[in-house]
Design a protein around this ligand. Structure first.
Ligand SMILES: *Cc1c(COP(=O)(O)O)cnc(C)c1O
Length: 457
């Protein structure tokens, strides 16, 4: 893909890009190029000169059905002619009602509360949980538990439960830190241990923590099955079953952050369903609108809802965002959930997921790859390398090969739109392998290490 210098230069002068050390873009011959995109269609991002890139990470895990899907586009155009936006306090509209009913049917939870981003959904769930306990006359239950390596967004409240040092350290004085319990990451298995053993070990540590601190704990928040931002750390569903039982026993809410893993990514509608459990709160965003508009939602149990239902205003959930329940975003989400129902998340994993996994065999068998792993449509490989800036170098080689892939530390991963075709899968797999070999060819010696630093997701 070529660099259109006009948009490139104007962007660097006017736009502060997210999760980016801007200087890494600015330097002449920058290691991490800024790529102007003119349009997108299906899995492909197009530049201004006709070059294209296959979007191997769904534009940061949001896109499910390819870019510009006609069903979502038509729904948006239709909605634009009816109602663009109206405030949701004191008003309601068909798209938000229908979406809430559908999300409730899909999750078994109810009363959808809306925000615009994933981080707001985290904030909403945590505030609701603590406020629930306050309304129950137990205000001391106001602390939270997160998992090692967990990621729940980057607003100040969400950073409290986000255990990624690079994202958190600069803001440490602002953050009321949650307790961190061990991750059930299957890669932590000792010799002879299974993934289930690791899950049980991590659950035992949680049990120890809760035995002492349940009285001051409102909720535990986790990413079911795959902790994405820490490097696609996958765990056994047994962990979720143990956590559910422990949270019940100790009267602590379980918040399932399905912002990344929801909507078919892991081989079911929602990841926690593979453990046969029901959380007390579910946070949704990213794929909710098929990757077209910002929207997030939190759904909870009737018991939580009932604790706020009162004559006193202050016992209500007095939280809002200006664009809460935006009709356009809700229409996009209605179209997206219809598309996913047609695809069937289980089939996506069994057919496309299994096929892609075979196509990725060259990567999985690569002598420098450790822990080749897959959960549904999420694929990851840890690379043993002496390059301290492996992620950036790999991303640059991937762009040169025509694919968008951005490793996390030393973890190469793919999370393509669910509709990736066999031909596109072959292209992605070959490009990823070529990018890996080109990156490793830049090594100048030194001991290979898989302990990378996160330098941008
Ligand atoms: C991306 C993500 C968030 C934050 O969502 P934003 O829309 O980026 O604020 C929260 N939790 C998880 C698990 C995520 O992957």
């Amino acid at each position: 893909m070529s660099r259109n210098t006009e948009w490139h230069d104007r962007s660097l002068a006017a736009v502060w890009h997210p999760c980016t050390q801007m200087k890494a873009h600015a330097a002449e011959g920058a290691q991490l190029p800024l790529v102007p995109v003119a349009r997108a269609e299906g899995l492909w991002l197009y530049d201004h000169d006709g070059g294209r890139l296959l979007d191997g990470i769904s534009s940061w895990w949001v896109n499910l059905f390819g870019h510009g899907h006609p069903a979502i586009r038509d729904a948006l155009i239709d909605q634009l002619h009816r109602l663009d936006h109206v405030m949701l306090a004191g008003f309601t509209h068909a798209p938000v009602v229908e979406l809430s009913e559908r999300l409730s049917a899909l999750t078994g939870l109810g009363h959808a509360f809306y925000g615009s981003d994933g981080a707001s959904a985290t904030e909403i769930a945590l505030k609701m949980s603590a406020h629930f306990w306050r309304n129950q006359g137990r205000p001391a239950k106001n602390r939270f538990i997160g998992l090692a390596g967990g990621y729940h967004g980057e607003t100040v409240g969400a950073l409290a439960v986000t255990d990624i040092a690079l994202f958190r350290e600069s803001y440490a004085p602002l953050v009321r830190l949650a307790a961190t319990v061990p991750s059930p990451d299957a890669r932590l298995a000792q010799p002879g241990e299974t993934a289930e053993d690791v899950a049980n070990r991590a659950a035992d540590a949680l049990a120890d923590w809760l035995a002492e601190h349940a009285d001051e704990t409102a909720a535990l928040i986790l990413e079911p099955l795959v902790q994405c931002a820490t490097g696609m750390a996958m765990h056994h569903p047994r962990y979720l079953q143990r956590v559910r039982a422990l949270c019940d026993a100790h009267e602590v809410h379980l918040v399932a952050d399905e912002i990344a893993v929801g909507f078919g990514r892991t081989g079911s509608w929602f990841a926690h369903q593979q453990a046969g459990i029901r959380p007390d709160f579910i946070c949704l965003s990213k794929g909710l609108t098929g990757g077209t508009l910002p929207l997030s939602a939190v759904l909870t149990t009737d018991a939580v809802y009932a604790a706020f239902y009162d004559d006193q205003v202050a016992r209500g959930f007095l939280h809002s965002h200006s664009y809460t329940g935006n009709p356009l975003a809700c229409r996009a989400a209605l179209a997206a959930t219809e598309l996913l129902a047609q695809l069937d998340p289980v089939k996506v994993s069994e057919v496309s997921g299994a096929r892609l996994w075979r196509q990725f065999e060259g990567l999985s068998q690569h002598p420098r790859v450790r822990f080749a792993r897959r959960q549904g449509m999420i694929f990851a490989w840890d690379v043993a390398t002496s390059l301290p800036d492996f992620a950036r170098r790999f991303a640059r080689h991937a762009l040169a090969q025509g694919v968008l892939l951005r490793p996390i530390g030393n973890t190469v991963y793919a999370m393509p739109p669910l509709v990736i075709s066999e031909t596109e899968g072959e292209f992605l797999a070959q490009a990823a392998l070529a990018a890996l070999n080109a990156t490793l060819a830049e090594e100048t010696g030194g001991a290979p290490s898989t302990l990378g630093v996160v330098d941008g997701v």
